[in-house]
Ligand binder design. Structure first.
Ligand SMILES: Nc1nc2c(ncn2[C@@H]2O[C@H](COP(=O)(O)OP(=O)(O)O)[C@@H](O)[C@H]2O)c(=O)[nH]1
Ligand SMILES: [Mg+2]
Length: 276
């Protein structure tokens, strides 16, 4: 596919872009690591004590390494994460001194993952709403396209369960806004379940990313497309968080609206944008 294209992916299996799952053995094709072995799932957490354990277990059992980025959660999520990570070489915890925003948590997690040599970088909520059974399909799609794969609620086969009308409306409005202001041609630019290749993160340049909060999701799609990287959407079933409360606040929405406008102005003028 052409760079900058957007399309919907239907991923049949776990045999990915020349990377064997290890089941194929042959003289010409020596066993290579499964794609999960080169992938890091970054889980940002703020007060997710009730949700984190099952999410980490489900991700680890699928062979993915985990990096928790905790912002000194008052409910003790950071300490729980440390306990889960102790004795598990596939799990690491990054502690930050306070709530610094979703976007900045992912930026910190990706920087750590790039240093560690991972090839694929997954964003996933730590609240149980992003079903781990979609992981392989999203990661495979990113690997195959070489850019970014979005776990999409709004392509055929995708769905949202358990959200009140207010949340559905917010998500619909946010996507409409992105499409209108930035011309982003994807169905679900705000989804927080997605995967990037190393090449995509390097091409985007993490130092250029301005969003510290929730507009990070939109900015990353925008930057991928503007960098000529392919973006694909993989249908997911999204279910509302298992426990705890969403951290999306009126202030977050306000900042996101302004950041998207700034991105539009900067794109027009070919300039960088201020941080939100
Ligand atoms: N480290 C960190 N994590 C955050 C922050 N804000 C939200 N999160 C986490 O990011 C994920 C997405 O937030 P969530 O409240 O589920 O947003 P929603 O799914 O849009 O309602 C969850 O795992 C949150 O705990 C933050 O400022 N710092
Ligand atoms: Mg969530």
């Amino acid at each position: 596919m052409l760079p900058g294209d957007v399309r919907t992916e239907h991923v049949p299996g776990d045999e990915v872009g020349g990377v064997s799952t290890g089941r194929q053995v042959g003289l010409e094709s020596p066993i290579k690591a499964p794609v999960s072995a080169r992938s890091l799932v970054v889980l940002p957490t703020y007060d997710e004590r009730e949700n984190l354990g099952p999410v980490v277990a489900a991700v680890r059992v699928r062979g993915y390494d985990v990096l928790v980025v905790d912002d000194a959660s008052p409910d003790g999520t950071g300490e729980l994460a440390e306990r889960l990570a102790s004795g598990d070489p596939g799990m690491e915890v990054l502690h930050r001194p306070g709530k610094l925003g979703l976007g900045s948590a992912y930026l910190a997690g990706f920087r750590r993952g790039l240093e560690r040599g991972y090839e694929l970088f997954v964003e996933m909520d730590a609240d149980g709403s992003h079903l781990p059974e979609h992981l392989d399909a999203i990661v495979a799609a990113a690997w195959r396209c070489g850019g970014m794969a979005i776990g999409s609620r709004y392509v055929p086969g995708g769905s949202v369960e358990g959200w009140p009308a207010r949340r559905r409306f917010l998500s619909w409005g946010a996507n409409l806004y992105c499409r209108a202001v930035l011309g982003i041609p994807v169905r679900d630019a705000t989804s927080g379940y997605r995967c990037y290749t190393r090449r995509a993160l390097e091409r985007i340049g993490l130092d250029r990313v301005r969003s510290q909060g929730y507009s990070f999701q939109i900015e990353m799609v925008h930057r991928c497309l503007r960098s000529g990287l392919p973006v694909v959407e993989v249908p997911i079933r999204f279910v509302d968080r298992v426990a705890g409360a969403s951290k999306v606040s009126a202030g977050e929405i306000h900042r996101a609206v302004l950041t998207v406008l700034r991105l539009r102005l900067a794109a027009g003028a070919g300039k960088p944008v201020d941080r939100d």
